[in-house]
Design a protein around this ligand. Structure first.
Ligand SMILES: [Zn+2]
Ligand SMILES: [Zn+2]
Length: 367
């Protein structure tokens, strides 16, 4: 739930008053959500939303507000990615393509949010929309040729990903990979793809990530306040995000992790990414306890044991094999499920809410 302080300052007068706000206005922001996410050896797990808009393109909120709501929601990393080409407020909002991020940098420092400079390159299909992160000067991307824009972003050391590849407005009923994307990939100018954007997700994009060695990305692409799109008062409700496994909690750490493809998509209860990372996350999350009870019936023993999930992730297990009494086990966040099984049985399950390909669910063994 958003704090009262935040609700008050996101009212209609917020934008007009921003220049008169003192440091104390941010010190009163409170009630940050604490995420309980597993850590995998050698890395910190960071929550990131790498795609969102402000009044500096077609969003309706001020850049500082993006930082504040991210803080309340427990995010570690955000990228402000206002469009180069879509500027409906330009008569009223002064500045250039860098102003959005630069104006939010102070509050980001104060709230310990890693703020990444980004922009959205916005064209019809092909090639569609792209986000360029970690760029130095978004103004140098302001021209009409998408290939020239992406080339410039790459020359600035940018991390570039294809946004919402299955967006119905651009690719009705399908999610196609075009020759233009092959060209970008071959030039080394395409590093990731959104497998999830807002309420959509594109299973085939996960196959592209696997086959073409692209980073898995999931984002909100939010234009309004987040809590007008996602009901944050509902437990577990959250904007789509990218889980980043970084060497440290710095912008450089995030950049290295993105280029190294150490990410998972997290949207609703779905988790998307490589089988290896999903395995690491699952085994770091879940504790299987010793059996505590044995039911004897007809000469056969059924053992009862607890499976503990102290994280904010959900795992839906469907049995894969014989000897488990329960077809489906739902391991909800911060909860314990009881499983029943025969003696000496290997406890194999498919993670139905985790996706390592468009039709692949990683297999796990409870030990
Ligand atoms: Zn877009
Ligand atoms: Zn966008």
């Amino acid at each position: 739930m958003m704090s009262l302080t935040l609700m008050a300052i996101c009212s209609g007068t917020f934008a007009q008053n921003i220049n008169r706000m003192e440091l104390g206005d941010y010190e009163r922001v409170k009630d940050r959500k604490v995420y309980h996410l597993p850590e995998i050896p050698g890395f910190v797990t960071l929550t990131a939303d790498l795609h969102m808009h402000t009044v500096f393109s077609d969003g309706v909120v001020w850049p500082d507000f993006r930082v504040q709501e991210a803080w309340v929601e427990g995010l570690d990393v955000i990228a402000l990615t206002d469009h180069i080409e879509v500027l409906p407020h330009k008569e009223n909002i002064k500045g250039d393509h860098n102003t959005s991020v630069e104006s939010a940098s102070r509050v980001a420092e104060m709230l310990n949010i890693i703020l990444i400079k980004g922009t959205e390159i916005t064209h019809g299909m092909p090639p569609g929309h792209f986000n360029a992160l970690f760029i130095k000067d978004a103004n140098l991307l302001d021209n009409d040729d998408p290939m020239e824009q992406i080339k410039e972003a790459a020359a600035q050391g940018g991390f570039i990903f294809w946004n919402h590849p299955g967006w119905a407005s651009q690719q009705p009923d399908t999610t196609l990979w075009w020759d233009a994307h092959t060209t970008l990939l071959e030039k080394g100018w395409l590093h990731g793809v959104e497998v999830a954007n807002q309420h959509d997700w594109y299973p085939v994009a996960l196959d592209w990530c696997k086959g073409k060695k692209l980073t898995v990305i999931a984002n909100s692409d939010v234009h309004e306040p987040v809590n007008s799109t996602y009901d944050l008062s509902v437990p577990g409700s959250h904007r789509p995000m990218t889980l980043v496994f970084a060497k440290d909690r710095t912008a450089e750490g995030v950049k290295e992790a993105l280029f190294s493809r150490r990410t998972l998509g997290f949207s609703g209860t779905q988790i998307m990414g490589s089988e290896e990372l999903i395995h690491q996350v699952f085994y770091a999350s879940v504790e299987v306890r010793e059996s505590y009870y044995a039911l004897e019936r007809g000469g056969r023993k059924t053992l009862f044991r607890e499976v503990v999930n102290p994280t904010d992730l959900t795992f839906i297990l469907e049995k894969d094999g014989e000897g488990q009494m329960d077809q489906r086990i739902e391991l909800h966040p911060h909860s314990i499920a009881v499983i029943r099984h025969g003696e000496g049985v290997e406890l194999r399950y498919r993670l139905e809410n985790c996706w390592s390909g468009s039709s692949e669910h990683p297999l796990v063994i409870l030990k």
